[in-house]
Design a protein around this ligand. Sequence first.
Ligand code: ADP
Ligand code: MG
Length: 318
Amino acid sequence: MPISEFDLIRQYFAHATAARADVLLGIGDDCALLRPPAGSCLAVSVDTLVEGRHFLSQVDPESLGHKALAVNLSDLAAMGADPAWATLAITLAEVDTGWLRAFVDGFAALAAAHGVQLVGGDTTRGPLSITVQVHGFVDPGKALRRAGGRPGDRLFVSGCVGDAGLALQQAGEGAPVDRYLQQRLDRPTPRVALGRMLAGRANAAIDVSDGLVADLGHICAASVTGARIELDRLPLSPPLAAECARGNWRHALAGGDDYELLFSVDPLQAEALAADCRAAGEPVQEIGCLVDDSGIALVYPDGRVSKEIPDGFDHFRD
Ligand code: ADP
Ligand code: MG
């Protein structure tokens, strides 16, 4: 009997990722059987990528496999959790084995790098869409919540901000996209090790997926604080620095898809934590503070202060 295409797909996924001792039963039965470690709580997050909305049809499938997992690992990082398991629901318009092989390779390489095992999923036919759920472990007393920020906390961000947003703009204009920027859009680096270092030490954290100011707004709303960002301290790659020098701060402040960590730290702990992060090779930059006020004040390099915020990406805005 010829093998069905769905069996074929399952074969692609079955042996793709890390093999973990806490997986009693993985792909192949009605459910996976998983054993979380005693004393930890499970951190669970899910994200969907839809063709035409979150990625373009001509995107490299290997990068897409990477990104589908990376955006989820970024959520675990923002919680301070240690990644363990993933499930994958994939809807495909057609079975293109070359495309699938590349997709699985991108997914599996990142999974292996973080010790993540794919333990199940679902495969259906329809317009291309990819949903990944991840499961990680975190000590409930150390999990990084959005609501833990306090006025006076110092505010830090990892990596650089605005790169993915500028790549999207260049692509939208039909211009050739800068190679570095394209990489930042297609292959984000989930800051898992940094998130683990921050667990129990930062007061609040979020990953920057909707734009720096929009995501800072989520911390402020949950923590009931305001914030102040000093724009001359923003970590910017050379192409972003050139945009900002021209007065275009939109990508740095409101560009989405960077998947960097934004976190607040008690002022007495901030120096030591930042030094530990840098010693571990994690790039972090102080950009401002939380304040006992409402709203987010942007301090421009010329000293001008504005609360006018460029919009972040909103999935429901057209
Ligand atoms: P059921 O009808 O019981 O849901 P399926 O035929 O959907 O079973 O799946 C059979 C097995 O293959 C299950 O263990 C499921 O988790 C796994 N599986 C199906 N699709 C995927 C996928 N895209 N990635 C990983 N595992 C998958
Ligand atoms: Mg199923």
